[in-house]
Design a protein around this ligand. Structure first.
Ligand code: NAP
Length: 329
């Protein structure tokens, strides 16, 4: 896979910290803003990119690049992905896929029309620990309640309170706790149980954005309650409870570091994450799916991203959180 990257922030640092451990991927081109030129130069040196640019068109027109990884603030995902698809590049977009469902649907239609790969980079869907959970759901009997928590005080919240609003807290840039953290919960639940029959979001709003909130997904025979916060910190404790036992995860469901299966008969089983970076397995999957030209698998994952995006959009609208990008709805 010959990779181009747009963006040079925190998540790009994460990817580049382990990319050398992956087979069959070459760093070709990294593009960003003029503001970040010094960082781009450093990344080119350290990770042996062939080129860097401060103009996205240069990346789009680099014929060697096959796949573009979109790692810019949320409100830019749609525009940058659309241009990439129009230039016949495959696309990996950081989560959340787009600002709203309409944008996600347009990207999907464009990718399908041109038979291109498009992935939402959402870690938990590709983790072996998640597969373990899927395979052991039947051990729990009838599911009665799911409760998830991802409350992580953000260093960017301090800046926000001082009036310096960074993208993750900016409603104009499609930020907020729903888009940043609850997206992991919703993928986690939809991947296990499918689309809910109803949803409700109860946000805590400051300066037009949800800094925390409670999300409820209703299924015919049980409810899922998800708490997420960027304005306070608590240890994560996630549990899926059924008539015959429970599955417990004591880390945010973006990581799923450890899964404990506890049955009513007193037996238990425990699995731990491997030593790799949490993004390793998703990138390994992207490479494999592309190498096998497995568009069917890619579009299956994409279908879930669309369901999640529809849920996010509907929840925001019901809660009165409107982004500028929603004007097209
Ligand atoms: N950080 C995480 O742990 C994490 C985890 C999972 C997913 N993500 C997702 O990854 C994406 C990026 O997050 P991040 O944390 O890496 O943000 P970040 O640290 O703020 O980085 C954003 C990058 O985008 C660049 N950028 C902004 N506007 C641009 C433009 N018009 N053209 C080209 N580049 C532009 C920024 O350049 P300047 O700095 O020069 O503005 C910066 O390099 C978000 O969608 C987020 O949800 C982040």
């Amino acid at each position: 896979m010959k990779l181009g990257i747009i963006g040079s922030g925190k998540i790009v640092d994460e990817l580049l910290s382990f990319i050398h451990e992956l087979d069959d991927i070459q760093c070709i081109h990294i593009s960003g803003t003029l503001r970040s030129q010094d960082k781009l130069k450093r990344l080119v040196q350290e990770h042996k990119f062939k080129h860097y640019s401060t103009n996205y068109d240069d990346l789009l027109n680099d014929h060697e690049v096959e796949v573009i990884y979109i790692a810019v603030p949320n409100h830019l995902h749609y525009e940058f992905a659309k241009k990439a698809l129009e230039h016949h590049k495959h696309v990996i977009i950081e989560k959340p896929m787009t600002s709203n469902y309409q944008e996600a649907k347009e990207l999907k239609d464009l990718a399908v029309k041109n038979q291109l790969f498009i992935f939402e980079a959402i870690t938990n869907q590709y983790l072996s620990q998640y597969t373990y959970i899927k395979n052991h759901l039947h051990d729990l009997g009838d599911i009665k309640l799911v409760s998830l928590q991802f409350c992580q005080y953000s260093s960017r919240y301090d800046e926000f309170m001082k009036g310096h609003i960074l993208p993750v807290f900016d409603y104009k840039k499609s930020g907020g706790a729903l888009m940043d953290l609850q997206v992991y919960h919703i993928h986690f639940i939809v991947g296990l149980f499918g689309e809910p029959i109803d949803i409700q979001y109860y946000p805590h709003i400051e300066q037009h954005i949800d800094t925390s909130g409670v999300f409820i997904l209703h299924y015919p025979h049980f409810q899922c309650i998800c708490m997420a916060a960027k304005d306070k910190q608590t240890p994560s404790f996630n549990i899926i409870q059924g008539t015959k036992g429970s599955l417990c995860i004591e880390s945010p469901v973006s990581l799923i570091q450890e899964v404990k299966l506890i049955k009513n008969d007193g037996t238990s089983d425990i699995i731990y994450a491997g030593h790799q970076h949490v993004m390793y397995e998703e990138w390994q999957s992207f490479i494999k799916i592309c190498q096998n030209h497995d568009l069917k698998q890619c579009y299956k994952m994409l279908e879930q991203s669309l369901i999640v995006n529809r849920i996010l959009t509907s929840a925001r609208q019901k809660a009165g959180i409107i982004f500028p990008a929603d004007h097209i709805l």
